[in-house]
Design a protein. Structure first.
Lengths: 533, 231
């Protein structure tokens, strides 16, 4: 859980860094650039002074052209043009005769100055255009990375609502003002209900109505969209295949934010979250369909159990009772007693199957609560033995308990029902002695885990074929030797449901020298502290 | 003759139970609803010695009748219920029902519970049961003596109090809450683990096989029952 949370926050952090705007050129950098340009100009001036009278004036001019071209690499376009002009004028003033003035004596000098200025400006213009293109490419790459990060965060997040914050932040950046999101919780409702959506950011009534309209029509409104261009904001649908799953309000701080390229970016971001929302809705629908199928499965199993397991005892009861009813006076007292005994036995069997079926249905329902208490294994075993005696009337069952067992945290009624079923099962499928063994299993040295209590019901019957071992706990399964034994259809399934409701497990283990051991493994929980005994 | 008031809305079950009880020599009056039961109870002279009460009645829940009966009289009440919810069993027993039977039940089971309830009839008026004897176990509450197969058994004061409480209701189920309140005190009614420990000690001293008790019986999730005394 912790790892998961930290992982997610790691994601969000990653997203934050991508979405943070690139630093604009600050005043400090601008000052540094100006200083460097000044240094270049001084160098050109110094070079021209050194070379004065040694070389031609045109060569000196080259030094100033180089200075202005180099400076244009980092200066903004207007600054580069101004710097080129300053270089040309200062060259004219310092070196072109008459020196110390901006006047020009010779015509060819005027041509030289013009050429110098034009070349400097041309190069400054080209450099600045190149730089703008590079900046656009960088911006596009950064945006692509940002979209990818949002997409990945949405894909990795179980709940897209959690990712609304970074998306809203990115949209706020694009518009230059706080953006707001409205996300559908589930299907689109018939009417505009506030509780059907999840809202991020503040909205007034008009904006909310606009977002609902945008959501229902799946179309963008606002400047440049051709619909409601007078609005000071874009209303963008969060689109996915075929429908929209929300809408975003991108408020535009200045009219220049309303560029088509910016809107395309905002729409791409909106569609990312739209797809994520659709995926979440589909996942929820899949989940509920699966739950429905499971309920249906349990219901079918119960119906199958009722139609099969209940018919036989009912047939026996009807047969015996109708015989007593119509032939009673012609039957011997022994026959009458036998028929009555059959009725009693079958009714007890039916009663137990009903309890099991009801219990299984109860434990399969979501949110089942157990009546947990501290119980002694000895008592639960004792109750099960007493029940077995009363129903089976025989003494081939024995109990063996390890001394000093801790108390169990369990629902005594359910655990009794579990043991009753296991004993009943063992009696049915075997003829030899049945053992009820309770022991504590401590983790082996070096093994991780807690101590467990094992309640085992062991028989010396035919055993369960390996292929059937995984199936015996499913509703309505029974062993091959079951032609005469009946009613185990729900029994083991309810046992496993009871074991799992207690955080334990029911296991089947074949025994050495034949037979089966059904084992309930329950975790040992710490006892409450003793006081005042 | 012992008079039994049977309140049960199902006609077939009512007839079967009435005939079964009549065969054992009880005088049975029957009611099919809550109001009829209350009317019979109020006007029948002499008053019934025991009430057999079904819970799901057409005009209300039998629990309300139980409350009315308990307000006026100490008549034994045996509850018959189709509901398996164990929380309800405990509530009924704590509300003063003497015992409960969950449908379906056999007539033999009903007669046994009936006998136990009748034996305890009027214990509130007469001096409480102070002597218990069954299967070589003798408990004399007045003399503070317990013996098993003529050998004295030494019990700690708490063990003795617990056994004494069960002896006073021998044959009847006593809920965890009732035992904890009477032996340890009202503030300990949630400490069921005390009961498990002391019951284990008692069984170790009084039962041949504590894992297969014949005297101190467990009613899972509800309470304990001391087996019926001989005699």
């Amino acid at each position: 859980m912790n790892a998961l949370t930290s992982g997610r926050s790691g994601w969000s952090r990653g997203l934050q860094t991508v979405l943070t705007p690139a630093p604009r050129i600050g005043p400090k950098r601008r000052l540094l650039g100006s200083a460097a340009a000044l240094a270049l100009w001084l160098a050109a001036w110094a070079g021209a002074t050194v070379l004065d009278h040694h070389v031609d004036l045109a060569n000196q001019a080259m030094l100033f052209v180089i200075a202005s071209v180099v400076a244009s690499i980092w200066l903004s376009a207007p600054a580069a043009f101004a710097f080129a002009l300053a270089c040309t004028l200062s060259f004219n003033w310092g070196f072109v005769p008459p020196r110390g003035s901006l006047g020009v004596d010779l015509e060819r000098h005027a041509v030289l100055l013009m050429a110098m200025l034009i070349v400097s400006w041309l190069i400054a213009g080209l450099v600045s255009r190149l730089r703008a293109q590079a900046a656009t490419a960088r911006d596009a790459a950064r945006w692509a990375a940002r979209l990818q990060a949002v997409g990945e965060a949405l894909r990795d997040s179980a709940d897209p609502l959690q990712q609304a914050e970074p998306v809203a932040q990115a949209l706020s950046e694009l518009g230059g003002a706080p953006a707001a999101l409205m996300l559908l919780r589930d299907e689109l409702p018939q009417a505009d209900q506030a509780d059907a959506v999840w809202q991020h950011g503040t909205l007034d009534a008009d904006e909310r109505a606009g977002l609902w309209l945008c959501l229902r029509q799946s179309q963008a409104f606002g400047p440049g969209t051709g619909r409601h261009g007078e609005q000071p904001a874009w209303y963008l649908p969060l689109r996915s295949r075929g429908a929209s799953y929300g809408a975003a309000l991108v408020r535009l701080a200045e009219p220049e934010h309303a560029a088509d390229g910016t809107r395309a970016r905002a729409q791409a971001l909106c569609d990312l979250i739209g797809v994520a929302l659709q995926r979440a809705v589909l996942a929820r629908q899949t989940e509920s369909a699966r739950a429905l199928a499971q309920t249906q499965g349990v219901r079918n199993a119960l119906l199958a159990s009722i139609s099969h397991d209940y018919r036989t005892p009912l047939a026996v009861i009807l047969g015996a009772a109708s015989s007593l009813q119509s032939q009673g006076d012609r039957l011997s007292s022994t026959q009458r007693e036998r028929l009555a005994g059959q009725i009693v036995d079958e009714v007890e069997q039916l009663s137990r199957m009903t309890d099991n079926t009801l219990q299984l249905a109860r434990l399969d329902a979501p949110g089942v609560t157990l009546r947990l208490d501290w119980e002694s294994a000895e008592e639960i075993v004792g109750t099960a033995l007493a029940h077995a005696r009363r129903h089976q009337g025989e003494r081939r069952i024995r109990a063996r308990l390890e001394p000093g067992l801790p108390l169990l945290r369990c629902d005594a009624m359910l655990l009794s029902q579990l043991l009753d079923n296991l004993i009943d099962n063992a009696m049915k499928y075997s003829d030899g002695p049945v053992e009820l063994v309770v022991r504590q299993q401590n983790p082996l040295p070096g093994e991780i885990g807690d101590a467990q209590i094992v309640l085992a019901v062991r028989d010396r019957g035919a055993g369960v074929a390996p292929a059937e071992r995984s199936k015996v706990f499913e509703v309505f399964q029974r062993g091959d030797g079951a032609a005469t034994a009946r009613g185990a259809g729900v029994g083991l399934a309810v046992c496993r449901a009871i074991a799992r409701a207690h955080g334990g497990e029911l296991k089947l283990r074949p025994r050495a020298h034949g037979g089966t051991s059904f084992e309930l493994w329950l975790p040992v929980l710490p006892m409450p502290q003793e006081e005042g005994t | 003759m012992i008079r039994v008031l049977l309140v049960e809305d199902d006609r077939d079950l009512r007839t079967t139970l009435r005939d079964g009880l009549a065969l054992e020599g009880y005088e049975v009056s029957t009611a099919a609803s809550l109001s009829e039961g209350l009317a019979l109870w109020t006007h029948a002279r002499p008053a019934p010695d025991l009430v057999l009460l079904d819970l799901g009645l057409p005009d209300g829940d039998g629990e309300t009748l139980l409350a009315t009966l308990r307000k006026r009289d100490a008549v034994p009440v045996l509850v018959i219920s189709a509901r398996q919810a164990d929380g309800q069993k405990i509530r009924l027993l704590d509300a003063g029902a003497d015992d409960y039977l969950v449908k379906p039940f056999s007539i033999g089971e009903l007669l046994a519970r009936l006998r136990v309830a009748l034996r305890h009839r009027g214990t509130a008026l007469k001096p409480a049961l102070t002597h218990y004897e069954a299967d070589a176990l003798v408990v004399d509450l007045a003399a503070h003596r317990v013996s098993l197969r003529d050998e004295p058994v030494h019990l700690t004061p708490t063990e003795f109090k617990l056994l004494a409480r069960l002896v006073r209701s021998a044959g009847q189920v006593v809920t965890h809450r009732q035992l904890l309140a009477d032996v340890w005190g009202e503030e300990f009614t949630e400490h069921t683990h005390y009961l498990r420990l002391y019951m284990g000690q008692l069984r170790a001293k009084l039962e041949a096989d504590p894992a297969d008790p014949q005297r101190l019986l467990t009613e899972p999730g509800v309470g304990y029952r001391l087996s019926e005394p001989a005699a």
